[in-house]
Design a protein. Structure first.
Lengths: 589, 306
């Protein structure tokens, strides 16, 4: 019997791959010189951020100051510092090797490119927006050359890509601390992205983050980190929650909390859709309708002035109950006939139902239909929530920080999202979740394993609808209005069915972080690229195509088991195998 | 192999596990399975053989509720089988598939735990709440799955994705997954397809061990050496009809079986061949092959038995 050793078992092989070896044979520049180039460039670009990059302050972000970094120089500064840190593993500095478990060259390349792209972009923007090279000062030239050097140097270095060595076992609390620090750093990065004030800043930021993430991913830091988070689920969840709380305390005004609120709503609904699409494999193109059902149901009994039932004012938990149950009923009504269909047919029918919802609420205005939803005007004047005497519409002082309306809702949405994440995680890792994945993988085989396919698909549909309805209830209060136009199949801004599905697919189906990341990206990118206006969808389509071509599994691929877990198991199994193989070999002989 | 001695005990087996009577399956004008009877006794291993397209897998699908037979009746331990696959599994019949149908993106352990699905009842709310009963059921399913994986010798792969398993282990995993539902009858559809002789022999041992756990087994297979070395009784399906049924010795000696596999002697269809311009010599070769095959099969069996 031939036993293949799975690929992750190869970790203890010598770190030189044949490819790397072959490249080393080619006559290249002395690695020491290349490394020196990177180092010089990194330090020089660090210095350049303390110089002026232009003489006029008319460029947004003010690059004209000498002595401290301003505007986009902060990005260059940060990446330069990272680059200097990444030189640690290159020069074998003890204590920094963890930065590059799979080889430092790709890390250097990624960071060098990040520095180059964001810096050159901003220098170019200076030339174009201020008309001419004359706007450059000596600092600009320093930055231009300094950021190019590391790119040249890092690409002259021979490729040292190898399999990651096994992570050293760490005490539990250190693991938790590492996770907390990493997540808080990620939060600061996200915070910077959300609060970027002008387009150039966001593009520079996006370029830097994109290349840096690529470098960190190739160097194996990210996969080691995800391995850690997979081992410490509770610590990760707590850390993420803490970081998200920290975000709102960092905000000085309510300005960016609206964006954060919208992202949270979008992400919560995307996570609900992930149950339907990612776990059960049901392509639902009309999912936003359930958000609408929840929002309308809650708005109608919230005491909104334009509601037909303005005199019926239910407490918030009652509204949630109504919103969720009406959504479930809608989900079952839509699901019961359609879930007998498979694949494309289901997608088309759900697309149709999504539109039917919008058109129906548009017409339930007392003229073209019964009076229920106030037609295209929608239900407006939905009052702000009051929970335990806490008025979500008013400003509050909490721990010395002022919470405006959107700050208040941020806190509520954070709790809502935590609930959805909790439900998703629990159900995913259970008999139900396994049944869903089995149906997704092979419905016939799932049936032969005793899984009632239709019932479980309906359950997935119902649970997805319930979570969307739950989010909708809060959304109605957050926006104060519910109109049919908010629940389209596709629009230039989320949430709509197309964007929800894109967030799930782009982020990574069946994962928790995937849709959250996807939702954040899909919201931020259109919001920050306002100047593209109606070309947003074009760009968006392009991004999707590229994504499907180069990373079809999504940004966060679903690894059902973490690497470390495997390595131990495989090593153990190999030991057993050797013991077992010996008597067998004797018997054959 | 010493296990050959179990052959021939079929008649002494007491209770009936499976009883199919007059099972007929028509697809439009095509009769894929034509009033086939089959009984399987307790702890019996029954082989189902026949040339390609004889209706073996269709018959399996009728037994497992994937198809509803056009006519006929299937009883499992006395009760008429329900017509939905998941209910059939619930009732106690589990199967594997001819073309491996694992849940490729689930781990090996999860695959087997899915097989346990119909023996547990934990619903959505207990999955969210995780009470003691839920955890007990989950632990039980996990332990059961690990035990089965060890039983089939693939326990070391528990954390691997099913798609990354070597081919032979995927076959074993299918068996483990089917056994997780605690069936009384296991239907194996070509369990050794694509295996080398050693693996085939190992599979044979596995099936014997499965029988020792109290299961009856029905096997579809093309590997005659495997079938004759394994089964208590063999049924031959040809063009949807049951041609012969009996002990391996009886079936192996039956002229009609050889004819079904290798073609009939030329006397019967000589006129047709002449009409097409076919050579008599070729047909003669065919009959020679037939007798040669009989001899070879017998010889092989002696080889296996020793």
């Amino acid at each position: 019997m031939t036993e293949q050793v799975p690929e992750w078992g190869a970790s203890d092989q010598p770190p030189q791959t044949p490819l790397a070896a072959r490249q080393e044979e080619a006559p290249t520049v002395n690695p020491a010189v290349a490394k020196a180039l990177v180092a010089v460039g990194a330090f020089a670009s660090l210095v350049s951020t303390f110089l002026a990059w232009t003489w006029t302050s008319s460029f947004p972000g003010d690059l004209s100051v000498t002595g401290y970094p301003g505007g986009n120089q902060v990005i260059t500064l940060t990446v330069s510092v990272l680059l200097i840190l990444a030189l640690g593993p290159a020069y074998g500095v003890p204590g920094l090797r963890w930065l590059a478990p799979r080889g430092y060259v790709w890390l250097l390349r990624g960071l060098a490119l990040a520095n180059l792209a964001s810096t050159w972009y901003i220098l170019l923007a200076v030339v174009i927006e201020l008309n001419g090279l004359a706007n450059w000062v000596s600092g600009s030239w320093v930055a231009l050359i300094a950021t190019a050097l590391p790119v040249v140097g890092s690409f002259l270095l021979p490729d040292d890509h190898h399999d990651a060595a096994r992570a050293r076992p760490m005490p539990r609390w250190i693991q938790a601390a590492v996770i907390l620090v990493a997540i808080i750093i990620a939060m600061f990065v996200a915070d910077y992205g959300i609060t970027t004030g002008f387009t150039e800043q966001f593009i520079g930021f996006a370029l830097a983050v994109g290349f840096a993430a690529w470098g960190l991913n190739s160097s194996g830091v990210l996969s080691r980190l995800t391995g850690l988070t997979a081992q410490n689920r509770v610590a990760t969840s707590v850390a993420a929650f803490v970081a998200a709380l920290l975000f709102v305390f960092l905000q000085t005004s309510d300005q960016y909390n609206t964006i954060a609120d919208d992202i949270l709503i979008f992400a919560t609904v995307a996570l609900g859709l992930n149950i339907v699409v990612g776990l059960a494999g049901l392509l639902d193109l009309g999912y936003v309708a359930f958000l609408g059902v929840g929002a309308y149901s809650a708005a109608l009994v919230s005491g909104a002035i334009s509601s037909r039932y303005a005199h019926t004012v239910l407490p918030f938990w009652g509204q949630i109950l109504i919103g969720v149950s009406v959504s479930i009923i809608a989900g079952v009504i839509i699901g019961a006939p359609t879930l007998r269909l498979r694949g494309d047919y289901l997608a088309i029918v759900t697309l149709g139902f999504g539109e039917i919802f919008r058109i129906v609420v548009n017409n339930l205005n007392g003229q073209s239909g019964p009076d229920l939803t106030n037609g295209p005007e929608g239900v407006y004047g939905v009052p702000d929530l009051k929970l335990f005497g806490y008025d979500f519409g008013a400003s509050h002082q909490l721990f010395g920080v002022t919470f405006g309306k959107f700050g208040n809702y941020y806190l509520l949405l954070l709790v809502a999202m935590a609930i959805v994440v909790f439900i998703f995680a629990r159900v995913n890792d259970s008999r139900i979740g396994r049944a869903w994945v089995a149906i997704r993988e092979d419905e016939t085989a799932a049936g032969a394993m005793g899984i009632h396919g239709y019932r479980f698909k309906l359950l997935a549909f119902g649970l997805g609808a319930a979570l969307a309805g739950f989010a909708g209830t809060i959304n109605a209060h957050l926006l104060n209005t519910v109109t049919p136009d908010q629940y389209l199949f596709s629009a230039s801004a989320p949430p709509n069915s197309a964007f929800l599905l894109a967030a799930v697919v782009l982020g990574g189906m069946g994962t928790i972080t995937g849709p959250l990341l996807g939702a954040a990206l899909l919201y931020l990118v259109p919001a920050k690229f306002e100047f593209f206006q109606n070309k947003q969808l074009l760009l968006f389509g392009l991004a999707l195509i590229l994504m499907m071509r180069f990373r079809p599994e999504g940004l966060v691929p679903n690894k059902r088991r973490q690497l470390e877990f495997h390595q131990e198991e495989v090593a153990e199994a190999e030991a057993h195998q050797v013991v077992e193989a010996q008597p067998e070999a004797e018997a054959v002989a | 192999m010493t296990t050959m001695t179990t052959t021939g005990t079929a008649d002494t087996v007491g209770t009936t596990v499976l009883e199919a009577r007059g099972v007929t399956m028509r697809f439009g004008g095509l009769t894929a399975v034509d009033s086939v009877d089959l009984t399987v006794g307790d702890r019996e291993i029954v082989g189902l053989i026949g040339p390609n397209g004889a209706g073996k897998t269709t018959f399996f699908n009728c037994l497992t509720g994937l198809y509803v037979p056009t006519s006929g009746e299937v009883r499992y331990k006395g009760a008429v089988l329900p017509s939905k696959p998941y209910r059939v599994t619930q009732a106690g019949i589990a199967r594997t598939f001819q073309n491996i149908r694992l849940f490729a993106n689930m781990t090996v352990l999860e695959n087997v735990m899915v097989g346990r699905h119909c023996r547990s009842k934990e619903g959505l709310f207990s999955a969210i709440g995780r009470g003691p009963r839920y955890r007990a059921a989950e632990r039980e399913a996990r332990e059961n799955a690990r035990e089965l994986l060890d039983f089939l010798g693939i326990g070391r792969h528990a954390g691997t994705l099913a798609r990354n398993l070597p081919y032979g282990d995927q076959r074993k995993l299918e068996i483990a997954r089917a056994m997780a539902s605690d069936p009384g009858l296991l239907l194996l559809d070509e369990p050794t397809a694509g295996m080398n002789p050693q693996e085939t022999r190992a599979t044979q041992e596995v099936v014997f061990k499965i029988r020792e756990r109290g299961l009856a087994v029905v096997v579809i297979e093309h590997d005659m050496r495997f079938i004759f070395g394994l089964c208590d009784r063999v049924a031959v399906l040809v063009q949807g009809r049951k041609l012969v049924e009996g002990t391996p010795e009886v079936v192996r000696a039956d002229e009609r079986v050889i004819a079904a596999y290798l073609g009939t002697p030329y006397e019967e269809d000589a006129p047709v061949r002449d009409a097409v311009g076919g050579s008599v010599g070729a047909a003669g070769d065919g009959s020679d092959d037939g007798s040669a095959a009989t001899v070879r099969a017998a010889g092989e069996d002696e080889g296996t038995a020793s």
